[in-house]
Design a protein around this ligand. Sequence first.
Ligand SMILES: *[C@@H]1O[C@H](CO)[C@@H](O)[C@H](O)[C@H]1NC(C)=O
Length: 274
Amino acid sequence: MSPSHNLLPPPSITSVKQKMEKPLGCLLGFICLLVPLTVADWNILNQKTQKGLKIRLKNYCESWRMNVELHNIRDFQVVPEECTGYIAKYIRSTQYKVDSERAIEECIVYFGTSCSLKKDGKDAWIFDIDDTLLSTVPYYKTHNFGGERLNVTSLEEWMRKGKAPALEHSLRLFNEIKARGIQIILVSSRREYLRSATIGNLVSVGYHGWNSLVLRHPDDELKSVENYKAEVRKQLINGGYHIWGILGDQYSSIEGLSSSKRPFKLPNPLYYVP
Ligand SMILES: *[C@@H]1O[C@H](CO)[C@@H](O)[C@H](O)[C@H]1NC(C)=O
């Protein structure tokens, strides 16, 4: 059947349509106006999904978080207002720790079973820093758990204090990797001027013995984070490194060209770095 044939309604419907044209047109117009307003938002009054499934706010926010992690929801500027309470709870919960620890376990299984290290001094693993090795949760705690637009000045002021706590499970992976003689390369979108604060912070919470720390130069700020990190990896590969894995909390840390043999992602529903 051709598509144009499909468009021709049978005569009986045409006559009904002619009679109803005006009210139907108004009704359709009204629905069209309403739909874009309601699709994206939790409807506090109805507490229903588009299909009419009755849900609670927790279901809505859990599904928002899950779809952030699945990378279906992208480029969000803030956590939806109605979900900041849920995200605040999640990010301080046992569930967040269990989710993160599971990711770390999978990294350990991976390099125990699927990596045949070259042992030429060029086996490497890349770590992101914020919310991968160090936690920014104490900062976001005072900024409505992602419910406020990012203020880079105030975030950097906080980073300069060097008081970010370690993510314990990541520290364990860091030490496991180091013990296997794999070179550890830290690639962060923190700016170069934060170098000494960053090193001080990392060392004070137990990270030491990495091979290099790559931070963003002013030139790199013209590129997207994903491209900046991809270029760093390209240089490493050109320098003979075998990048076995990356651990990051953002897709922009693990996607793009010259990626590792296997990227791993930690949960992070607080913010999105494009
Ligand atoms: C961002 O943070 C800085 C430093 O805390 C503050 O002075 C400034 O007013 C903030 N900007 C906005 C738009 O909130």
